[in-house]
Write a protein that binds this ligand. Structure first.
Ligand code: GAP
Length: 452
C-alpha cells in the first residue's frame, strides 16, 4: 500500500516538476479534482488524441468526425435517461460531515481533522451515516439571464448524445451508408461524489467516443470486431500488453439497454480499473430520441428496401485516463553507471519531444552545428536544444520527459559530419551521418516496441 502511494506521489511530483500536469488554480489552493496540462502534458495529450483520430477517422472510409456542442437541448438528457437515472447513491457521515458514494465506502477515509485516518467503513458499522439518497451527476447551469427551471441546461456528461442526434445530418452530408460510424473527441462533465487518484476520476474530462451504426442482427459481429480493434490500439500506444485485460459486464453491471458490454481495464497501482467501455447499445438510443423528438430516426436501405432503427456499437475511451495510463505505464527508475535515473518509456508517437540536441561543449563550433541540426529537425517533429550542464545531466532531463532520442555533437562531428544518437530505453549509442539523421530517427520511431 505504501509503495503504491509512493509511486503515485512520485508521478504527481514529476508531472508538476516537468510541466505535464498542474493542480488547477493552484495559487488559490487548487480546485478539487481539476487539473491543468502544462507544456509537456498538452503535447502528450494532443498526440494521444491525434493517434486516436488517425486510427478511428483518418485511416478509415467508414467513420466520419464530428464536434458537437457541449450544451444541448435539455430534452436530449430526458431522452437519454440521464435526467432520471444518471445518479449515484450518496451518504453523509453525521459525525465528520464527509460525503461518500454509498457503494464506495470500503477503503475510503473520513475527512474532518478530528476523524483523519479513520476508515469510513467504521463509521458505517457504527451507523453514523445518513440514509443513502440519489444524487444526479449532471452539472446544471442556466441559458440566458433568467435563472429559473425553464432555462436549465446541462453540461454534457458524455459526448455520445451529440453523435446520436446528428446521425442523419452526418450520413447525408458524407453520403455514408450503414454500417458506418461517427467519432468525436470532447469535454464531458460529471459531478462525481468521490473523484480521485489524480486524473483518473475528475469532474471535467475529455472523452474519445465512436458510435458505429449497424443493421440489427449484425451487431454482435461488429461488437467483437471493435473489441479487437480497440485493445490493439493500446498496444500501438505503447502500453504493455500484460497490463491490459477485458472485463465483461455481468448481469448486475449491464445497463438495461445494453446487449453486451466489455471494459478494457489497465492494472493501475490502485487496482484493475476501466480505461474504455465497448458497448452494444442496441436500438435504445435512436428509439428514445425518435420518441422524445417526434422525428422518425429509422434508416431505409435502398439496396435491400428494408427499413429499421440502427443498432449502435459504442467505443468510449477517456482521454485524460489514457494520458494517466501512458504516464504510469512509462514510469521507471533504474541505475546507469552507478547513478539513479527516472525515465518515462513513452512510445515515440506520443512522446512530447522526440529528440534532444546537445553540443558536447559550448565551444569549438559545436553549438553552431547542433543549432543547425536542431533547426532542421524542428521542421519535422518537436525537438529540444540544451547546452547547459554535464552531458549526463542533459540526458537525464530528457529521459525524465520521455524523450526517446539524444543527439550529441562532439569533436568527431567536426571531423566527419557524424553525431551520436543515444536511445533512451536501450541506451545504445550509434554514430550517424548528419545527412542521414532524419531517416534514421524516423525509422527507429516507426519500429518502436515497448518492452513488456
Ligand atoms: N458514452 C458511454 C460512456 O460515457 P462511461 O463508461 O461512463 O461510458 C467512458 O465513460 C470513459 O470515459 C471511461 O471508460 C473513462 O475512461 C472515461 N471517464 C468516465 N468518467 C470519468 C471521470 N469522472 N474522469 C475521467 N474519465 C472518466
Amino acid at each position: 500500500m505504501a509503495e503504491i502511494a509512493k509511486l503515485m506521489d512520485k508521478l504527481v511530483s514529476l508531472c508538476k516538476r516537468r510541466g505535464f500536469i498542474f493542480p488547477s488554480s493552484e495559487i488559490y489552493g487548487g480546485l478539487n479534482s481539476c487539473y491543468d496540462y502544462g507544456p509537456l502534458g498538452v503535447e502528450l495529450k494532443r498526440n494521444i488524441k491525434d493517434f486516436w483520430w488517425k486510427a478511428m477517422v483518418q485511416t478509415r472510409d467508414d467513420i466520419e468526425g464530428l464536434d458537437a456542442s457541449i450544451l444541448m437541448h435539455p430534452r436530449v438528457w430526458e431522452a437519454s435517461g440521464h435526467v432520471a437515472n444518471f445518479t449515484d447513491p450518496m451518504v453523509d457521515c453525521k459525525e465528520c460531515k464527509a460525503r461518500f458514494r454509498a457503494d464506495q465506502i470500503e477503503g475510503a477515509m473520513c475527512g474532518s481533522p478530528a476523524y483523519k485516518g479513520r476508515k469510513a467503513s467504521k463509521c458505517a458499522d457504527e451507523n453514523k451515516f445518513t440514509d443513502a439518497r440519489l444524487f444526479n451527476l449532471m452539472f446544471k447551469t442556466f441559458m440566458g439571464p433568467v435563472e429559473d427551471a425553464a432555462n436549465v441546461v446541462y453540461l454534457r456528461p458524455e459526448t455520445a448524445q451529440g453523435i446520436y442526434v446528428n446521425v442523419y445530418n452526418v450520413m447525408q452530408a458524407s453520403r455514408q451508408r450503414i454500417p458506418f460510424g461517427i467519432a468525436q473527441i470532447g469535454k464531458a462533465f460529471r459531478n462525481e461524489i468521490t473523484p480521485g487518484n489524480f486524473t483518473f476520476r475528475t469532474r471535467e474530462f475529455e472523452q474519445m467516443e465512436m458510435q458505429f451504426f449497424v443493421k440489427p442482427g449484425t451487431d454482435m459481429e461488429w461488437f467483437e470486431y471493435w473489441k479487437a480493434q480497440r485493445i490493439a490500439w493500446y498496444d500501438g500506444l505503447g502500453i504493455r500488453k500484460a497490463k491490459l485485460q477485458f472485463h465483461q459486464h455481468g448481469p448486475t453491471e449491464l445497463a438495461h439497454y445494453a446487449a453486451a458490454a466489455f471494459d478494457i481495464e489497465y492494472e493501475f497501482p490502485f487496482g484493475w480499473k476501466e480505461l474504455e467501455g465497448i458497448h452494444n447499445r442496441t436500438d435504445f438510443d435512436l428509439k428514445r430520441h425518435a420518441e422524445y423528438s417526434g422525428k422518425d430516426l429509422s434508416y431505409f436501405d435502398d439496396a435491400t428496401r428494408e427499413k429499421y432503427v440502427p443498432y449502435i456499437v459504442e467505443t468510449s475511451a477517456g482521454c485524460d485516463r489514457t494520458v494517466l495510463t501512458t504516464l504510469i505505464d512509462a514510469y521507471d527508475e533504474d541505475v546507469i553507471e552507478g547513478e539513479a535515473r527516472t525515465v518515462l518509456h513513452l512510445a515515440p508517437v506520443i512522446a512530447p519531444i522526440k529528440a534532444g540536441v546537445f553540443p558536447l561543449v559550448k565551444k569549438e563550433g559545436m553549438p553552431e552545428v547542433a543549432q543547425k541540426i536542431y533547426q532542421d529537425l524542428k521542421k519535422h517533429f518537436p525537438v529540444f536544444y540544451d547546452d547547459g550542464g554535464a552531458i549526463g545531466r542533459r540526458y537525464r532531463r530528457m529521459d525524465e520527459a520521455g524523450t526517446p532520442f539524444g543527439i550529441t555533437v562532439d569533436g568527431q562531428t567536426l571531423q566527419d559530419q557524424t553525431v551520436t544518437v543515444r536511445e533512451r530505453d536501450s541506451l545504445v549509442q550509434t554514430r550517424v551521418a548528419i545527412d542521414k539523421l532524419l531517416p534514421f530517427i524516423q525509422e527507429k520511431m516507426a519500429g518502436y516496441k515497448r518492452k513488456e
